[in-house]
Design a binder for this molecule. Structure first.
Ligand SMILES: *Cc1c(COP(=O)(O)O)cnc(C)c1O
Length: 466
């Protein structure tokens, strides 16, 4: 399988190189040259498979030729051993033909574990084979950092450095990162805000001469193709559990960078009968505005009760645009340049029609989010986290056919975002799951650094393992 850039001008890469690469050299994102498609009969034959076996079926065509089957199986199996629930991605019913898919049973209580547990193991495997070591560097305002650290803590060939804004992440989120004490894990509390963290990371990627010979930086943010790929699996898993491919299913997805819902779109293209895909956003609603009124205009960031969806521009949407414009890389290149210069992007009529045929969309305010958590709790005694609540309500508002099962992706455990939950439900201070009860008492290790590129570079180069 070859991977090509959405902007049409970069070299095509094989699977392993794509895993180690962030942006393509032309500024685009990598996508598979052709998408594997499964027949109705083949998908039907997967009914009853466990999560790991199903993951192998879905993922192996993307890896074809690059990794032997037995090795890929081992990588997949160990990636989901760290999940607390035997089903890996259990379904819970919350209404008539309405389901919540709990994607928070992994080590950091958010869906990012599905991709990052797998990516960590995959990186270590590829690097061992190549006798190479890399440095993973990233910035986080919360969920991504802890999931990346959990994914890499056991990697022999990876040193990981994660920047978070000093004293500006919640205590649970900080401790999920800083209580990981393996010698290859380095948390940096930067004296600045999240943008400062991102700027230093970008500057480090653009000049890597501070690294020892033979080392390179690797990004594990949501533009990494392997993350998207791993997320396709749970769409098939939930769909099969509720009767697909013999009947259609629908999904509602709390959306930030468009990684998760893009995986849902791919599942549909690969043969899963998905009737409806709902883009659910908070007040950072660029995607909702794009679908509903062709207004993909960058607006200032709003801080919401669902912080993991507080983003101004969805980086993975470029992958969607590539398909909406019939994979014309030159056109995507000029569209993205126009967007960069003007802050606005308007879809051509044909592309807009296609987007509207594929996606419904809905936006929720913080007040509405709190009201949904309360309503669902009062009716079912089930506690939603604020991100998931946005997906549930978007599903209820846009649903076309109540005879089709609606599956709302639960992207985080409510204990991760107690502020919103407590506003909704008086007695609802959600407890951390058992294995994390002592989180607030665990030892921490992190380094406070000034907002300064040379301090960061010297900290990294002096802490890389030989
Ligand atoms: C990252 C995240 C999202 C957004 O996912 P995207 O793939 O960026 O659209 C939603 N909810 C939670 C809890 C997250 O951590």
């Amino acid at each position: 399988m070859k991977y090509i850039s959405t902007r049409g001008a970069a070299l095509a890469l094989g699977f392993e190189d794509v895993v180690l690469t962030g942006l393509a050299t032309d500024g685009g994102l990598y996508v598979p040259e052709t998408l594997p498609e499964f027949s109705h009969a083949e998908i039907a034959s997967w009914a009853g498979l466990g999560y790991r076996d199903l993951a192998f079926k879905v993922i192996s065509p993307f890896v074809a030729g690059a990794i032997p089957d037995a090795d890929l199986k081992r990588i997949i199996d160990s990636s989901y051993d760290t999940f607390r629930h035997q089903a890996i991605a259990p379904l819970v019913q919350t209404g008539h033909n309405e389901w919540v898919l709990e994607l928070f049973q992994g080590p950091t209580l958010a869906f990012k574990d599905f991709a990052l547990q797998f990516l960590g193991n995959l990186l270590d495997y590829i690097l061992a084979k190549r006798q190479q070591k890399v440095v993973v560097l990233g910035a986080t305002s919360g969920d991504t950092g802890s999931a990346a650290i959990e994914g890499c803590r056991r990697c022999e060939n990876v040193d990981i450095f994660i920047l978070h804004p000093y004293q500006r992440v919640s205590e649970v989120q900080r401790r999920q990162m800083t209580s990981v004490l393996e010698p290859n894990v380095h948390n940096i509390a930067l004296q600045g805000n999240f943008d400062d963290c991102q700027n230093l990371v970008k500057a480090s990627f653009s000049d890597q001469s501070f690294l020892p010979a033979g080392r390179q930086l690797v990004a594990v943010n949501s533009i990494n193709w392997a993350r998207i790929m791993a997320q396709i699996v749970y769409y098939f898993y939930a769909g099969l559990a509720l009767g697909a491919p013999h009947r259609p299913v629908a999904f509602s997805v709390p959306t930030g960078n468009f990684g998760d819902i893009f995986a849902g779109y791919l599942a549909k293209r690969m043969g899963l009968p998905i009737d409806q895909l709902v883009i659910a956003t908070n007040s950072n609603d660029i995607l909702h505005r794009c679908i509903s009124s062709n207004d993909h205009t960058k607006k200032p960031l709003q801080h919401s009760l669902s912080p993991s969806m507080d983003i101004m521009v969805s980086s993975n949407f470029e992958r969607m645009l590539f398909d909406l414009y019939d994979r014309d890389g030159a056109q995507i290149n000029s569209l993205m340049n126009e967007f960069k210069n003007s802050g606005a992007l308007h879809l051509a009529p044909a592309a807009l029609d296609k987007a509207r045929a594929l996606f419904s969309s809905y936006r929720l305010s913080d007040e509405e989010t709190v009201a949904v958590i309360k309503d669902v709790y009062e009716n079912t005694e089930y506690l939603l986290d604020p991100h998931t609540a946005i997906g549930v309500q978007a599903a209820r508002k846009t649903r076309r056919d109540t005879s089709t099962p609606m599956i709302c992706l639960a992207t985080a455990h409510p204990a991760k975002f107690p502020e919103a939950v407590k506003q909704a439900v008086a007695e609802g201070d959600p407890a951390l799951p058992h294995h994390m009860r002592d989180l607030l008492a665990r030892d921490e290790r992190y380094q406070v650094l000034a907002n300064d590129l040379s301090s960061l570079k010297s900290f990294i180069s002096s802490n890389i393992r030989a």
